[in-house]
Ligand binder design. Structure first.
Ligand code: DGL
Length: 259
């Protein structure tokens, strides 16, 4: 059986990339809801509706687990999906705990979409892990638009990031938590603006570890001929132009994962 990796758009490719490396003999379905991206600036109700439609499609593909490779969708829609479907649903949340565990004295900046940054789930996480009030949160919705048009390190991207980061004294921070899977593409652009003392933290590796754990518990890890089928909102991507677009993202990810 296959593993589904779902996101509002192409951010989820960063989780797929990591899952593929960790579980090289599994088969994957990658679902980007390109008809409805971006999620992060919509209402929670609208996102819940989009996620429900995507899940209806994915469970019909006979998948053994669904990875919600989207912090925004996890924040507002995963509990309802877990009630509706009896299969492992692995969500994501900004890795603020990981960043605090690694340092614990310097500040941490979490960047994510507006829904994630302002949502109840994020607040609960902060209340639980940030006893010393070291975490700041910043919404960067335009990065999702830049990512969707493959604009990773242009002057417009750098200007946007420089403007948004300007109010922070970054020398006080140890980590930038990438709390949106679309943001992984921008590590080079961020790197230009961050002091050397700041490093990147994301939840991708933890999410893939949890996927592996849940499949192992169910005895569902498999050794298959590797395969990935790509879908945009339920339509199979199989034409050369569509696959070349995805290849372009995967190449950028191969570069940024060495940073
Ligand atoms: N990639 C998604 C996340 O991790 C959301 C991007 C969006 O659609 O706004 O939050």
């Amino acid at each position: 059986m296959k593993i589904a990796v779902f996101d509002s758009g192409i951010g989820g490719l960063s989780v797929l990339y990591e899952a593929h490396r960790a579980l090289p003999q599994e088969q994957f379905i990658f679902f980007a809801d390109e008809d409805h991206v971006p999620y992060g600036t919509q209402t929670p109700e609208a996102v819940q509706q989009h996620v429900a439609e995507a899940f209806d499609f994915l469970v019909q593909q006979d998948v053994k687990a669904i990875v919600v490779a989207c912090n925004t969708a996890t924040s507002v829609a995963v509990p309802a999906m877990r009630e509706r479907y009896d299969l492992p649903i692995i969500g994501m949340e900004p890795a603020a705990k990981l960043a605090l565990d690694e340092d614990g004295t310097h500040r941490v900046l979490v960047v994510a979409t507006p829904i994630t940054v302002h949502g109840k789930k994020m607040q609960l996480l902060i209340d639980k892990v940030d006893k010393d009030h070291l975490v700041d949160r910043l919404a960067l919705p335009r990065l999702v638009e830049f990512a969707e048009r493959q604009e990773f390190d242009s002057p417009a991207v750098r200007d946007y990031l420089a403007g948004e980061l300007a109010p922070y004294d970054l020398t006080q921070y140890s980590a930038l938590v990438l709390g949106c899977t679309h943001f992984n593409y921008f590590k080079p652009a961020f790197r230009h603006l961050l002091p050397e003392t700041m490093h990147f933290v994301d939840g991708n590796a933890g999410t893939v570890r949890e996927l592996r754990r849940q499949l192992a518990v169910r005895g569902q890890l498999e050794q298959l001929v590797p395969d990935v089928a790509y879908y945009y909102s339920g339509r199979r991507v199989s034409d050369a132009t569509g696959l070349a677009r995805i290849e372009h993202y995967l190449r950028q990810l191969a570069q940024v994962y060495s940073l």
